[in-house]
Design a protein around this ligand. Structure first.
Ligand code: FE
Length: 206
């Protein structure tokens, strides 16, 4: 049988971040992110077996059932994996906006400062994630906020800049000062990595 297990991706950067410690990143990537990958693989295996499990399918119920638990766990885990990969992908840079993405943000939000300020404030207004996404439903970039991995996501979106605002992302280094963590997030942003996603999307659209 082919091994179709999802493989955890290594950290895409190897540098000291501003403000966010190595310890935080190690726990975040090696324990938490890796944990979502492991759960995703466990759930995938059980969902595969569920296809032939007539008893499990017959017992499906929206209040509680084994299939419900698997389906809820599936979207929580898979989004936990994708969102963390997107977050790690855009930190580890020099914080200097550049290229077509910078221009497109300025065209939509007026100035980079205005964009950063509403994105950052969104990070203070939700419990989980802030995402600058390309929303293919309306063919434009949108900022979306989410309380959880499987809440607040919008289908048909490709994440470009992703910020994790769960406490585990900053509490060791900043205590409860999430605002300061978000200020430092921008200093660490890898605009080239984010720009590469944007350019890929533009190419797909052309
Ligand atoms: Fe996280």
């Amino acid at each position: 049988m082919p091994n179709n297990e999802y493989q955890a991706k290594p950290l895409p950067f190897n540098k000291e971040l501003i403000g966010i410690s190595k310890k935080t990143i190690e726990i975040h990537h090696d324990k938490l992110y890796a944990g979502y990958v492991a759960k995703l693989n466990e759930i995938n295996k059980k969902l595969e077996a569920a296809r032939d499990n007539e008893e499990l399918k017959a017992a499906a119920n929206q209040s509680y059932s084994d299939l419900r638990a698997l389906r809820i766990g599936e979207t929580f885990s898979v989004n936990g994996v994708y969102l963390h990969e997107a977050y790690f992908n855009v930190i580890g840079g020099d914080g200097m906006p550049n290229g077509a993405l910078k221009e497109a943000i300025e065209a939509k939000w007026g100035t980079m400062e205005k964009f950063i300020s509403i994105f950052s404030a969104t990070g203070m207004s939700v419990r989980g994630w802030v995402v600058l996404a390309y929303d293919a439903n309306v063919n434009e970039m949108k900022i979306y906020g989410a309380d959880s991995h499987n809440q607040g996501g919008v289908w048909g979106c490709i994440p470009i800049i992703v910020l994790d605002v769960y406490e585990h992302a900053y509490f060791i280094d900043y205590g409860s000062d999430r605002k300061k963590y978000i200020v430092d997030f921008w200093k660490n942003l890898d605009w080239s990595a984010a720009g590469a996603i944007y350019e890929k999307i533009m190419k797909m659209n052309s």
